[in-house]
Write a protein that binds this ligand. Structure first.
Ligand code: FAS
Ligand code: PHB
Length: 389
């Protein structure tokens, strides 16, 4: 088999890249490890920056999102029983879009099907090969048969545990990593959200987040010990703990109900440099991971896709490789800004066991500054709604 761009990974980064290439007459094949149903069973991000929304529209995959999305012009931050709002619209005329990653991924699959593009599911042992030559290929096994896709470029969109990052020689990779001593236990419930906007809650008992997918589907998270499994947390136990971390008005009005999904996510900050090697280009979680506090994981992947797609268009349509040569540096410049913001929000809002008193006072001072200082709120609003590409 042969294509122009072989994409390893059929998650949001791989699918979005494939669609952008398709509408610009550049051929791609997606090689995905899991069945489509498995990919679409994942419950992950829920907040989209405008750059990602615009890319979805540009590839014709934005119609359902336009019908079903919510537009949020701010977020609430609570600390104990007090709460303040960071108003993106009045501060920077900004907003974010609330629309689940699962639905976005579904829309991209449907757009790819309509375009008749090749997507191989349940592929085993996908491996980027000969990436330092001008005839790279991806070897993989599909339905028991050994396959090879020869291509001009390989896009490694295979997430944190995929093979692409490992294809960069270990002696040439610099990996920056920070793990947090807690995780997020998340539930999805068919209940109306507790508030119009998200509530990021910092409390003596730990962090909590009140989010949503639409007006009938709520998404809640609580900070919990890494050792905790979702099975340990029955629904009533979860709701009781969530209420203890929210301001009284929210705890009193929250609509509880049966969870239809419950999962535990560890928190990690990670960056791999460089983000390309020869004809292999990494996008999304294959190259970097952020704690979900700043809602940046999916949105940072979108930034990478924007840069790589444009660089590939320059190559194929203008025979200009400058942008491909600059891809890693350009993508990393934005990656590190989202890393900083996610790290800052995580440290601001979570509670560490045995936290030195001085660190606790710094958290309180930072929250106090954010609650009353316009400049501090503008910086948060600019980062949360999305740094420019
Ligand atoms: P993905 O991991 O989504 O997709 C990679 C794809 O590659 C997968 O489909 C995988 O099956 C495939 N793959 C892996 N190995 C392969 C192989 N060997 N061969 C072929 N295919 C292979 N971000 C937020 O902004 N907010 C959140 O609340 C949030 N919650 C999250 C919760 C969890 C549990 C996780 C893991 C992540 C969360 N994220 C969140 C981050 C998440 O949304 C990612 O940033 C986003 O999925 C990135 O998309 P991709 O880079 O496409 O990676
Ligand atoms: C979500 O709705 O899943 C969500 C929202 C905001 C975050 C993280 C997750 O910061």
């Amino acid at each position: 088999m042969r294509t122009q761009v072989a994409i390893i990974g059929g998650g949001p980064a791989g699918l979005l890249l494939g669609q952008l290439l398709r509408v610009n007459d550049i051929d791609s094949i997606i090689i995905e490890r899991h069945a489509r149903e498995h990919v679409l069973s994942r419950i992950r991000a829920g907040i989209l920056e405008t750059g990602l929304v615009n890319m979805m529209k540009s590839v014709g995959a934005g119609n359902r999102m336009e019908r079903e999305k919510l537009v949020h012009t701010g977020v609430n931050i609570s600390h104990g029983n007090t709460m303040f709002r960071v108003d993106f619209k009045s501060l920077i005329n900004g907003h974010v879009t609330v629309y689940g990653q699962t639905e976005l991924t579904r829309d991209l699959y449907e757009a790819r099907d309509s375009a008749g593009c090749a997507t191989y599911h349940e592929c085993e042992d996908a491996t980027p090969c000969d990436i330092e030559t001008d005839r790279p290929y991806v070897a993989f096994r599909h339905k028991g048969a050994e396959r090879k896709v020869y291509c001009d470029f390989i896009a490694g969109c295979d997430g944190f545990y995929g093979p692409s990052r490992q294809a960069i020689p270990v002696e040439s990779r610099i990996e920056y990593s920070k793990t947090y001593p807690f995780g997020w236990l998340g539930i999805l419930s068919e209940t109306p959200p507790v508030a119009e906007d998200l509530i990021y809650a910092s409390s003596k008992r730990g962090f909590a987040l009140c989010s949503m997918r639409n007006r009938h589907l709520s998404r809640y998270y609580i900070q919990c010990p890494l050792a905790d499994s979702p099975d340990k947390w029955g629904d009533d136990m979860f709701w009781d703990e969530l209420k203890r971390r929210l301001p009284d008005f929210a705890a009193d009005k929250i609509a509880t109900g049966k969870s239809i999904e419950k999962s535990m996510a560890p928190l990690r900050s990670f960056v791999c440099e460089p983000m390309n090697w020869g004809r292999l280009y990494l996008c999304g979680d294959a190259a970097h991971i952020v704690p979900p506090t700043g809602a940046k994981g999916l949105n940072t992947a979108a930034g990478d896709v924007h840069y790589l797609f444009n660089a590939l268009c320059w190559h194929y349509h203008d025979n200009d490789n400058e942008s491909l040569l600059a891809y890693s540096k350009k993508a990393l410049a934005r990656v590190w800004k989202t890393q900083r913001f996610s790290w800052w929000m995580t440290n601001l809002l979570h509670r560490l066991d045995g936290q030195p008193e001085f660190e606790r006072m710094m958290q309180k001072a930072e929250l106090s500054l954010l609650s009353e200082n316009r400049a501090a709120q503008e910086v948060m609003a600019t980062n949360y709604t999305g740094m420019p590409y």
